[in-house]
Ligand binder design. Sequence first.
Ligand code: DX5
Ligand code: ZN
Length: 222
Amino acid sequence: MIEVSTSVLDLSEKDFTHSIYNLETARTDYFHIDVMDGKFVPNDTSKRMLDYATTISHISQLGIDVHLMVNEPEKFIDDYIALSPRILTFQFEPVKNDKQKILNMISDLKENGVRVGIAINPGTDINEIKEYLPYIHVVLVMTVWAGLGGQELIPETVEKVKDLKKYFEENNLDLDIEVDGGVNEKTVKDVVEAGANILVSGSYILNSDDCKIAIGRLKNCL
Ligand code: DX5
Ligand code: ZN
């Protein structure tokens, strides 16, 4: 089953609750929360995203899908665990040299009933995260460089999704593959055929005339 996680990164604060209601009736499966710290990536969305996620947790039953693009994810996870997200994913690159920190975060999240994801930027090879795959639920393959909405999908990242899917099959691993960045009606077929089953999309859905039709096109792309 293909699921859609709508990024609320570029939603304005004005009419926010109304937009969330619209996305819910348009059948998004998750709300994707792009947390940026102004260090790992230039933008700092940390305060606004915690506000958005808090509001969503009060007004919607749908899952919150948190994506931490921050240098020190261990400092952010407690605030989000308090909101009971469905998935919390952290970027691998800033913590890759601290295996203990990674394992501690994984067990902390799992103890709190949160599905755990690891996100990799286009420059990171899947071999680097293989040792963690038996302990987590989701690999988020960045199909653009983390940092901004509205970028174009980088075609080479589709090969990475294929390689990951093949590795899961060969090793009997049952993880979700989430793709994030530049997913729209033109690129969706390639990423789904490659093996992605959770599709993050921001600008395509939010800039469309009818977000229900846009979400439907993503879910029924094959
Ligand atoms: C980029 C973010 C994405 C992005 C998706 O750093 O992680 O979630 O906002 O937006 P679009 O769909 O516009 O590429
Ligand atoms: Zn994201």
